[in-house]
Write a protein that binds this ligand. Structure first.
Ligand code: ADP
Ligand code: ASP
Ligand code: MG
Length: 837
């Protein structure tokens, strides 16, 4: 004998019932089918029950009746409809009179509630039985069993009506009497269908087995009949590694031990109702979780054959609506048995304890309970310990609300070295705070309590961390879509597919901002449920094409706040601007555990204290603040300095030509052309800052040498740099880019003289930045032909570093140090560094 249970979604459409008929007709042994109410019907009955208290149930009740009538019309031919209509009508009349009594008495006991809820399965079992018997393609001879007569339970207290306590012995006798012992061919040779979820108590009253209880009913039938197997058919491919509604990249768990399956179910994997495990485990009956929509899929096989997999996480589950209460005080440690008393008090008040954590000092116990039971728990404990609280031996019970429990489930987890560290590392990097941690005595789970708002983020982060085959989503927020920004986006979209395939990293651009507007791909007014932006949407945004989602902001803080509110895992902010207001947001972002990658020099060349603070904050939060491209574009300059330092070397001197733009300008200027024209060309080719004065005034080079000195370990400010200007004052004082160009033209002679003097001596002009004996300087210099800087072409940079190890010959880094494409590639490399770390 086989037992098959079909859940709400599985029985709720004609096409699904056709699938069920095919599944059943392929069975070679006899079976019992257990069905749930049609999808959503139990919830509707709950609503009807609560509305009936105020006499407002009529509309919903009518909907309930019509739903069943319409479904019958769709399922069976007219000749078969009449009987069903009569039955549905009778049941609905009974339901209506119960609701009316509730309205009159203004009282809804659990006893009445259980009767009301039972109508869903009462009706579905009758209707599905009829459909299976008379459908044209695969008619099946199948008899209806009345689960209320067969499944016996006890209700010791009024609350048990909705969660009745099974009487397995009596139930087994009842079932065997009707279906027959396995040797009795006349009875066992039949197929049956029964309602799930419902049973009756010792007084013959209708009770239910708890929400999701149809799985349990099926397991009870399987136990009573020593079934060869139990199949639970639902709308997913068996037990998944996480809830597929919360994690996008789950996979099916092919084999589980009973204990693992129980643990997953207990911690929220709704596909299986936890009490259903025991009856099948008791008789060693294999349990299969299958998908009605894709019957060929393997699903999950649960059995005692499945031995614990060593130290492996099978899945990740979560329970929300949790509150943590903390019972504390010296009395807990001093007075024997007080911890036991705490649990006893909660048990007596019928409060279900989900998780316990105890501090080493034994002076405090954290207890996870359902949020709905919080008030009651606080009251009973504070009342029971009133005297101890007055004496100062105990504290009033504290509570943390709106929590959720994330549980990692797998056999033998306790032995997995470093597993907890891996989890906490992953969630910590994403700014998720842990309220409490508990390792169940079962060794089968590690539970972490976190804020409910972080539930999905944590599930996804942990899932990505433990299942290598899972593609890791990285959420990218960009500021700036100028030259560098556009190149960055081009690189990102060009590499996207390759990164998914080869590195399992999916870079998703979620938000972008230019100097006036923000763009998120959101469907609602708020920034909830954002989708990634497509390349086309971004380029249209750049071209300022109409887009209803583009929002003009009054302050960039709106962007930073939105990034925080979205609370997406693996968030990285990319600054491709040269803007102050963007760099002012780094602190906020880093504090909220969002890594920052920037080619913008402003933050790192602002006050030393700020530079230090940002780096410290990032370190504390275990996230990244990367700015390799702020000096020498993609050249590995900061990385080299860092590597030298970490290997114990000391940076003594730096001499550098680190302005790609100035190098381009002085390499191309020959006094036969116009200095202003060469500057314009450099600007147009994207080598200068948006305002070339930043380059010409030396500020850009000063910022860079300042950053290099700080990375080398010096505490210096911009004002410490000795700068010798090569610009006439009038040029330096230009108020706008246009004015600058006019002034450059006006002073052409000044630049021609500089050039000719150098040329006469056989030298070239370069702006050289130096860090020497702790002093910083920037000046335009004549470079003789024997200098390594002499041959520096075009927009190239060179940095020569003398250290304790590189004494006579410096370590030299040379190459293209400006330009949108190389800078963007460096920004991208920083982003990849973060992903790989
Ligand atoms: P049925 O009506 O068939 O009993 P349920 O809704 O009770 O189905 O259970 C199936 C649902 O359980 C799935 O649709 C899925 O959303 C949810 N679920 C939660 N966690 C898991 C998990 N780890 N694996 C599979 N399903 C899960
Ligand atoms: N219909 C009941 C419920 O929705 C039982 C079940 O579907 O398992 O809870
Ligand atoms: Mg279910």
């Amino acid at each position: 004998m086989l037992v098959l249970k079909f859940g709400g979604t599985s029985v709720s459409s004609k096409s699904n019932l056709e699938k069920i008929a095919v599944i059943l007709s392929s069975k070679t042994s006899n079976y019992i089918v257990v069905v749930s109410a049609f999808s959503g019907i139990t919830n509707k009955l709950e609503q009807i029950a609560s509305l009936s208290l105020e006499g407002k149930h009529t509309v919903l009740l009518e909907e309930f009746r019509n739903f069943h009538f319409e479904f019958i019309k769709e399922l069976v031919s007219e000749s078969h409809q009449i009987d069903l209509f009569v039955e549905v009508q009778q049941k609905c009349n009974q339901l209506e009179s119960i609701c009316e009594s509730v309205g009159t008495l203004k009282e809804l006991s659990d006893r009445t509630q259980a009767t009301i809820l039972s109508f869903g399965e009462q009706l579905s079992s009758i209707i599905v039985q009829k459909y299976l018997s008379v459908n044209v393609k695969n008619p099946i001879k199948i008899d209806l069993l009345d689960s209320r007569k067969l499944i016996s339970a006890t209700t010791n207290e009024s609350k048990d009506y909705l969660n009745a306590v099974l009487d397995l012995d009596k139930t087994t006798r009842n079932i065997l009497a009707v279906v027959g012992v396995p040797t009795d061919d006349t009875k066992t040779n039949k197929n049956y269908i029964a309602a799930g979820f419902i049973a009756s108590n010792q007084k013959g009253e209708t009770v239910t087995l708890g929400r999701g209880g149809s799985d349990f009913s099926a397991s009870i039938y399987a136990n009573a009949l020593d079934a060869t197997k139990l199949e639970i058919w639902s709308d997913v491919n068996g037990m998944q590694s996480a809830n597929p509604r919360k994690v996008q990249t789950t996979h099916s768990l092919q084999k589980l031990s009973y204990a693992e399956a129980f643990e997953m179910a207990y911690f929220g994997a709704k596909v299986l109702y936890p009490p259903s495990i025991l009856p099948v485990m008791d008789k060693n009956i294999p349990l299969y979780l299958k998908n009605t929509f894709f019957p060929k899929q393997e699903g999950t096989f649960i059995s005692s054959e499945n031995q614990p997999t060593d130290n492996k996480i099978q899945g990740i589950c979560s329970l929300d609506e949790i509150a943590i209460i903390t019972v504390s005080g010296v009395g807990l440690a001093k007075q024997k048995g007080s911890a036991r008393r705490v649990f006893q008090i909660l048990e007596e008040a019928n409060i279900n304890i989900i998780l316990i954590t105890q501090s080493c000092s034994e002076q405090s116990i954290g207890i996870g309970i359902n949020q709905s039971e919080l008030q009651n728990a606080q009251n009973v404990l504070n009342f029971a310990f009133e005297k101890d609280i007055q004496k100062g031996l105990m504290n009033e019970v504290k509570a943390i609300e709106n929590q959720c429990i994330v549980a990692l489930v797998g056999d033998n987890m306790k032995n997995a070295i470093g597993l907890a560290g891996k989890v906490f590392g992953a969630i910590g990097e994403n700014g998720i705070n842990v309220t409490a941690i508990a390792q169940g005595a079962s060794e089968r789970n590690i539970s972490i309590v976190i804020d409910k708002k972080d539930e999905e983020k944590a599930l996804n982060v942990i899932h990505e961390k433990f299942f290598a085959s899972t593609v890791k989503n990285v959420h990218v927020f960009i500021a700036g879509i100028g030259n560098v920004g556009t190149e960055f986006i081009t690189i990102l979209f060009a590499q996207k597919q390759k990164l998914i395939e080869e590195y399992q990293i999916n870079l998703k651009i979620i938000g972008i901002a230019n100097s006036k507007q923000l763009l998120f791909n959101h469907t609602t007014e708020t920034f909830e449920k954002v989708e990634e932006l497509t390349k086309e949407e971004i380029l249209n945004f750049k071209q300022k094409k109409e887009n209803k989602n583009a929002k003009t902001y009054s302050s960039l803080n709106e962007y930073f706040e939105a990034i925080k509110e979205l609370n997406l895992r693996n968030s990285v902010f990319i600054d491709n601007t040269a803007s102050d207001s963007v760099s002012e947001g780094y602190e906020f972002l880093i504090k909220n555990s969002i890594s920052v990658v920037t080619c913008n020099k402003i933050a790192c060349s602002s006050e030393y204290a700020n530079y230090l603070k940002l780096n410290k904050l990032a370190k504390e939060r275990n996230i990244h603040f990367k700015y390799e491209t702020s000096v020498g574009a993609a050249l590995p300059i900061l990385k080299t300095i860092h590597d030298l330092k970490i290997s114990g070397d000391k940076i003594n001197q730096i001499e550098a030509v680190i302005s790609g733009s100035l190098n381009f300008i002085f390499n191309n200027y020959n006094a036969e052309n116009q200095f202003a024209d060469v500057v314009l060309q450099a600007k147009e080719e994207g080598y200068t800052e948006p305002n070339p004065l930043i380059d010409l005034s030396g500020l850009d080079v000063m910022r860079k040498i300042l950053i290099l000195s700080r990375e080398s370990g010096l505490n210096r400010e911009l004002s410490d740099i000795t700068f010798t200007s090569f610009l006439p004052d009038e040029c330096t004082n230009s108020k706008s880019v246009e004015e600058l160009f006019e002034n450059l033209k006006k002073h052409e002679n000044h630049f021609a003289t500089l050039y000719q003097n150098a040329h006469k001596n056989g030298n070239k002009l370069k702006v050289v930045a130096k860090m020497e004996k702790g002093n910083l300087s920037v000046a335009l210099q004549e470079i003789p032909s024997n200098s390594p800087f002499y041959t520096l072409e075009g927009k190239d940079n060179v940095v020569a570093i003398n250290t304790n190890r590189y004494v006579d010959e410096p370590l030299v880094i040379k190459g293209a140090g400006a330009g949108a494409a190389v800078t963007a590639s460096g920004v991208f490399a920083d982003l990849m560094f973060i992903m790989n770390n």
